[in-house]
Design a protein. Structure first.
Ligand SMILES: C[S@@+](CC[C@H](N)C(=O)[O-])C[C@H]1O[C@@H](n2cnc3c(N)ncnc32)[C@H](O)[C@@H]1O
Length: 384
């Protein structure tokens, strides 16, 4: 494995060629439909795709909430996303969907107004997390959305509810359906109950339909022109061989070494999608963190499968990092994975993502007293 050249970050990520809407523009709101713990900033894939040609296709094999797919859509390009976590896949699917706020609200109204009550989860957590009326609405929406075919309106209603399922209490009309909670990840049930008890916090009474309507109007005020694509909830290495097209771009960010909580942190959103109302602390197929070599081999399988679906000259761009607590070098680990893949990827640049000065950097989400995770951006090309 050779690094052909190392060039500074500024010469690759040029803001002046980004096809992205200006920050704050309503066109970018769909991308923020729901947070996801380790999303990367839209500018990252956006600036890279400024160099794409009109009929190029983009693959993100670890797509998370679908930031790469949204950047591809803004650029008018087709894209495919894969993620093992159903929450990520549900959010990423919304990045490719198109429906009006009225369509989404009507669907919500129709579901809430029809059929018998749905079975609700029981226990302290649920009693303190949601007002009884809100929990009844959520259970109904959950049951209906689990049974419905995935058209654009359904996909967007599902993602909107995931986005307002939990978050901080606000003054005025509530944005979120839950008692006080972070919006990025769901608290563990026992610690959430202790927190609410100790502060005497009661769940707010929220008009679910009104909360969905307000959120849909905001998020879908302006959406980008539709672009082709799909999302699969699957293991990337196993799924890529079944894709029936060739790609010019792979832009992705695999799980950071040492980061194991993508699924447990999303346990409440997983429940809404149909899983048991319990925190899931191990997702079968999630890239394992049982030693560096095993991890590198898992990544190598993805790079090899992806190379077989790419055209010659395709670009692979990887943002990768490691938590400070595991103390390893993300560059060495990524290079090892490309070496093990032995699939024709030639690295032409590796740059550090620098100091965590920008609010939007993924690393800032791992902030610990021990410092920030180290992140690198690796650029490679597929040679014959
Ligand atoms: C760093 S996050 C990607 C975040 C994404 N760039 C975004 O902006 O939202 C890594 C993702 O890899 C997914 N993942 C882990 N193991 C996987 C596997 N074997 N196949 C596909 N996805 C996997 C995790 O569920 C997680 O969503």
């Amino acid at each position: 494995m050779t690094i052909v050249a190392t060039i500074p970050l500024e010469s690759i990520n040029r803001a002046d060629v980004s096809p992205l809407p200006p920050r704050g523009s309503s066109l970018g709101r769909l991308n923020a439909i729901c947070p996801y713990y380790t999303m990367f900033p839209l500018d990252f894939p956006g600036r890279i795709l400024a160099d794409a040609h009109d009929n190029d296709w983009v693959l993100d094999p670890f797509c998370g909430r679908g930031t790469t797919l949204f950047a591809a859509r803004l650029r008018g390009l087709g894209s495919v996303g894969i993620d093992i976590n159903p929450v990520a896949a549900a959010l990423a699917s919304a990045k490719l969907a198109s429906a009006t706020a009225d369509d989404v609200t009507s669907l919500c109204e129709q579901i809430l107004g029809s059929g018998p009550e749905a079975e609700q989860p029981q226990g302290d957590f649920w009693e303190l997390a949601y007002h009884p009326n809100t929990l009844a609405d959520l259970a109904k929406l959950r049951r209906a959305l689990m049974r419905m075919a995935d058209d654009s309106t359904t996909v967007l209603l599902r993602a909107i509810v995931l986005g307002i399922l939990h978050g901080p209490l606000r003054k005025g009309a509530p944005t979120y359906l839950s008692n006080q909670m972070p919006r990025t990840y769901a608290s563990k049930p026992d610690s959430a109950v202790r927190f609410w008890h100790s502060r005497g916090m009661k769940p707010p009474e929220v008009d679910t339909l009104d909360a969905v309507r307000r959120r849909a109007r905001f998020t879908l005020a302006e959406i980008p022109t539709q672009a082709p694509g799909c999302v699969r909830a699957a293991d990337a290495a196993a799924e890529i061989p079944s894709l029936d097209r060739r790609f010019q771009w792979i832009i992705t960010s695999p799980p950071y070494y040492g980061m194991r909580t993508y699924s447990p942190d999303q346990w409440l959103r997983s429940w809404f999608l149909g899983s048991d109302p319990l925190a899931t602390y191990r997702v079968p197929g999630h890239l394992q963190h049982r030693g560096l070599e095993r991890f590198a081999e898992g990544l190598a399988d993805v790079w090899r499968a992806a190379a077989a679906r790419c055209v010659e000259g395709a670009r692979l761009v990887v943002r990768f990092g490691a938590l400070p607590s595991v103390g390893n070098d993300p560059m060495k680990l990524l290079m090892r994975s490309l070496e093990l893949a032995n699939a024709g990827w030639t690295v032409y640049s590796i740059v550090t993502a620098g100091e965590p000065s920008e609010w939007s950097r993924q690393a800032t989400q791992f902030s610990t007293p021990g410092g920030y995770v180290e992140e690198i951006d690796c650029y490679a090309r597929l040679d014959a």
